[in-house]
Design a binder for this molecule. Structure first.
Ligand code: MG
Length: 173
């Protein structure tokens, strides 16, 4: 069954969105590399890799549906922030909430187009977004608790770095 063109366009746009997230996280990782928070640098780098994986999942889906793949321009990300880890993770949460909205919109479009294969495909992304938002919220809660306590912050940084290294593909911290 041919992929409806509106859905093809939206899936191509989502490849771009995921690659933008990939690039934004890489920028955050580059920022943390210049600080004492090397654990957060690692975490962001792993997160960046995950986003690349999301883009490729969409890319492969379009390929399997014999659809046209369009690669769009992404913006240069910030690689330096004038704020601490908690504010950066708050930006991360906003970004993930934005992606959740994009996936919800895609799901609604697939529903309207009665493209049931795409609906099925998108359920993985819906679940992934629940996990992403939850993981980042947990980190923010703990960073807020540590507040200005250097020992506490470095401990959270260390944990983020170690869990990212264990990975298994999931960027938990
Ligand atoms: Mg993603």
């Amino acid at each position: 069954m041919k992929l409806p063109s509106a859905l093809q366009d939206a899936l191509n746009a989502q490849i771009k969105n995921e690659l933008q997230a990939h690039y934004n996280y890489l920028g955050m990782s580059a920022h943390f590399e210049q600080t004492a928070y090397l654990g957060f640098a690692k975490w962001m780098r792993l997160q960046s890799q995950e986003e690349y994986g999301h883009a490729m999942k969409l890319y492969d889906y379009l390929r399997e549906r014999n659809a046209t793949i369009e690669l769009q321009t992404i913006d240069a990300p910030k690689t330096s922030y004038d704020c601490g880890p908690v504010e950066i993770f708050e930006i991360t949460l906003k970004q993930e909430q934005g992606v959740t909205q994009q996936i919800n919109d895609l799901y609604e479009l697939a529903l309207n187009q009665k493209d049931y294969a795409t609906l099925q495909f998108l359920t993985w992304f819906l679940q992934e977004q629940v996990e992403e938002e939850n993981t980042v919220s947990d980190i923010i809660d703990r960073l807020r608790l540590a507040s200005d306590n250097t020992a506490g912050l470095l401990r959270l940084d260390d944990e983020a770095g170690r869990r990212a290294a264990q990975g298994g593909g999931r960027a938990k911290a």
